[in-house]
Design a protein around this ligand. Sequence first.
Ligand code: MN
Length: 284
Amino acid sequence: MIIPETRARLRRLRLAMLGTAKSLLGSLRRRVVPSMRPSGQRPDDVVVLAVNTGMADFARNLVRNLDELGVRSIVYGLDRGVAERIPGSVTHSDVTASPGFVEFDTADFGALQRSKLSAALSHLRSGENVLFLDADVVVKRDPFPELRRDVDLNIQYGATEDLPPTRPFHNMCAGVWYARSSPKTIAFFDDAFALMERDGVDDQTAINRLYWQGDHELDIAILDPQLFPNGHVWTHNSLDDWVLLHANHVIGRAAKIEMLETTGLFSTDSAATVRRSCSGRRYR
Ligand SMILES: [Mn+2]
């Protein structure tokens, strides 16, 4: 006769083995199934992610999305904890940020935004075109064929009005953009960085303010909001044929996870890890 305690232990063991087998199968499948088509990414295009530990789980998921599409990305780890949370992916570690989840509009948020921008700038300066992606993004298909290469900057629509115009708008989102490397774009982002330091504003405020001040003549294309929806556009429309979703306009990790999970592209093992690390703390 098996006593209940032993039975419970056996059950836990069986579940643990099942979990291991599932995750092994998952990683095998990810390695075996190559991307069907080559990506539109060119040799001088880099995808830049800059994350701290608070967003490492999101970034790990995003890197996996990109890998599956054959898109190469570079992850900047902004604190010491990131590298071990995204095994094999963090190629640059620059310890500048605090490790926790950084709430929007806090002092730490400003420092984090500057670190992100300086990572992107270093690539623009070395002649590479930068597709910058926030970590709270999932990618469904190759973004490169949708980017305009005849303008200086492609940038995500950041506002909350439904189905907005696709011309430059007062609210451009600094979380998703593609800049061609040129003296013009380098000068623009250099000035944005200086403005962030001087006035303590975030990258989004700096970019929008600079553009509307008119000191820089930059050709800007707003990414089609139905293809590159922000969190608001996503919530207020039912989109089928989209490329990339940015879970902004929702605050806190749990809300972002909830939004990204609706796409089926935010893997449940990442979600479970993020949830675990949230437990016991309050997030808005
Ligand atoms: Mn974001």
